[in-house]
Design a protein around this ligand. Structure first.
Ligand SMILES: Nc1ncnc2c1ncn2[C@@H]1O[C@H](COP(=O)(O)OP(=O)(O)OP(=O)(O)O)[C@@H](O)[C@H]1O
Ligand SMILES: [Mg+2]
Length: 520
């Protein structure tokens, strides 16, 4: 049920692809140049000011305190206050700009994915799970959004801090720098370990979450079937099983990123202790000033924050890659049915419909139609009879190009439907589908769905032809009656009549009714 996603679910992209996805995610910031620049500027300045503090500290000890000058002490105190104040200010800016950037990017992505889903053809939506798509629209976009403040900004901060601290240490004292440098490969190895395992884990979390949405969406929209078959327990169990899977997947990922943190901090603590030991001896032997040792210690401690948040930073980066690949998978799908480059608009329709040697095979390889020939003259009414599953609905769905014929051709007034623009084609074909779908809106809005500026008279006229007007007038709210998502306030036949009225309002030259009066 929830196990046939249209796009591969838990497959992890290889490393090279991860890098490509990462670059593509980063590319999403391109339209927001100033926000990106604001974020980067604040990151650089906040990090820069945090690097100034240990330097001022060394200066206080070696000059202010050492020389006993109160003036210099006071000056240093003010300088430290100002530096820390500025650092706080830019840290705020960094938080603000990176969040703003991420919100803009999420907004763009939602628009883009939604618009793309609208364009994808029936063959995609036939087996795409609504729940998976919805979770791509929400959870996955949210992970990509969080990448910017929690992944990217932290990564830049960490790189800047590490780079600057090592350069500064090298100038202060070479031996102590070497101690720090020795720890780097160990830290890098630990980081790599986590990154390698965490990626697939987050991919799993996202796809399990998608399945959870599918289970929820199914049991909520299929509520009536569930109740009538007394299957609440079964559905609940299905939901709980899936919910457990999401929890377990999240747990594994969190456990891994949390477990790593104390280990890395431990490595850093060893560095601090060793530095203190070697540095302390050097101070005693007068090779090193106390101020320098103090500032070296503070610089090493500056590395603690990036190390501490490393696990979470990696989580957000890998999560974004997992989610990004799920989003780009959908965005990269091309609609199979689209306007030909030289498509013409269908105008002055007479309504001459011809099927010539039409054959059709569904994507799953099932050949449903073969050698179909129909010649429906303008004004003629043609009935198509056939057993259940013989392909009547399929045949009708070829006319507005929900699918394209596998062989043969369909012509309207002598034009192959594939040479016409989709908009003009569909505008001229009124199709009442076998499964009626009503929108969560009023009866009026449901009838007027296809026509932007429908007049009151036209709506009523359509309802009258569909023989629904009297019923509507008997409702307390008349045309303003709200019908639910599935039109639960209407009977099966009333829903069909409403669907007919909706199509009649279009006043199409070609009217196609698919079993539309089975319940009326
Ligand atoms: N999207 C699809 N993908 C693959 N196979 C499909 C799809 N839709 C329908 N089919 C198959 O194509 C065949 C024809 O289906 P279709 O809905 O056209 O039948 P029908 O004649 O309209 O039946 P009914 O009288 O019950 O409405 C069926 O065997 C069905 O299983
Ligand atoms: Mg049918």
């Amino acid at each position: 049920m929830a196990s046939s996603p249209s796009v591969p679910a838990a497959k992890l992209p290889p490393l090279r692809d991860s890098w490509r996805i990462y670059r593509r995610i980063f590319g999403l910031s391109r339209p927001h140049f100033w926000l990106t620049m604001g974020t980067l500027t604040c990151v650089v300045l906040a990090t820069g000011f945090s690097l100034l503090f240990p330097w001022l500290f060394a200066w206080v000890i070696d000059h202010g305190i050492h020389t006993g000058s109160f003036g210099e002490l006071a000056l240093a105190a003010v300088a430290i206050l100002v530096v820390n104040g500025l650092r706080g200010l830019f840290a705020y800016g960094q938080g603000y700009y990176s969040q703003a950037l991420s919100v803009e990017i999420a907004y763009d992505l939602r628009n883009e994915v939604y618009a793309h889903l609208q364009q994808l053809s029936f063959d995609f939506h036939d087996d795409a799970e609504t729940g998976q798509l919805m979770s791509r629209m929400t959870v996955d976009i949210e992970s990509v959004r969080n990448f910017f403040p929690f992944g990217f900004v932290r990564a830049i901060t960490a790189l800047l801090t590490f780079g600057a601290v090592i350069v500064i240490l090298a100038r202060l004292d070479v031996t102590l720098t070497l101690v720090t440098l020795v720890a780097l490969p160990v830290l890098a190895l630990l980081a790599w370990q986590v990154a390698r395992k965490l990626g697939p884990m987050w991919r799993d979390v996202q796809s399990q979450t998608g399945d959870l949405s599918t289970v929820m969406q199914e049991s909520l929209s299929g509520r009536r079937v569930v109740l009538s078959f007394n299957r609440e327990g079964f559905e609940h169990e299905k939901f709980m099983t899936q919910n457990r899977r999401v929890r377990d997947a999240q747990m594994s990922a969190m456990r891994l990123s949390a477990w790593n943190q104390p280990l890395m901090i431990f490595v850093l603590n060893v560095v601090t202790v060793v530095t203190l030991g070697i540095g302390g001896v050097a101070v005693i032997q007068h090779h090193l000033t106390l101020g320098t040792l103090g500032s070296v210690m503070l610089y090493v401690l500056l590395l603690a924050t990036p190390v501490r948040v490393f696990g979470f930073m990696m989580s957000w980066i890998l999560r974004a890659i997992a989610s990004g690949s799920r989003l780009f998978e959908v965005l990269d799908l091309k609609p199979t049915i689209k306007d030909a480059p030289d498509a013409v608009a269908l105008t002055n329709v007479q309504g001459h419909v011809q099927f010539a040697d039409v054959a059709f095979t569904y994507k799953n390889g099932r050949t449903v139609l073969q050698d179909i020939a129909i010649d429906a003259k303008p004004g003629q009414i043609v009935a198509i009879l056939g057993a259940t599953g013989s392909g009547k609905s399929t045949l009708l769905s070829l006319l507005p190009r929900f699918y394209d014929v596998t062989a043969g051709s369909i012509q309207i007034d002598g034009h192959d439907v594939r040479d016409l623009t989709l908009t003009s084609l569909r505008r001229n074909i009124g199709l009442v589908l076998q499964d009626v779908f009503l929108f969560n809106a009023t009866i009026r809005e449901n009838i007027a769905f296809g026509v932007d500026d429908a007049t009151e008279e036209a709506i009523i006229a359509a309802a009258k032809v569909a023989r629904l007007h009297d019923f509507i007038m008997s409702l307390p709210d008349g045309y303003e009656t709200w019908v639910g998502e599935r039109g639960v306030t209407l009977s099966g036949g009333q829903k069909q009549r409403l669907a007919i009225a909706r199509t009649l309002l279009l006043d199409p030259r070609i009217l196609v009714l698919d079993d539309s009066t089975s319940s009326v």
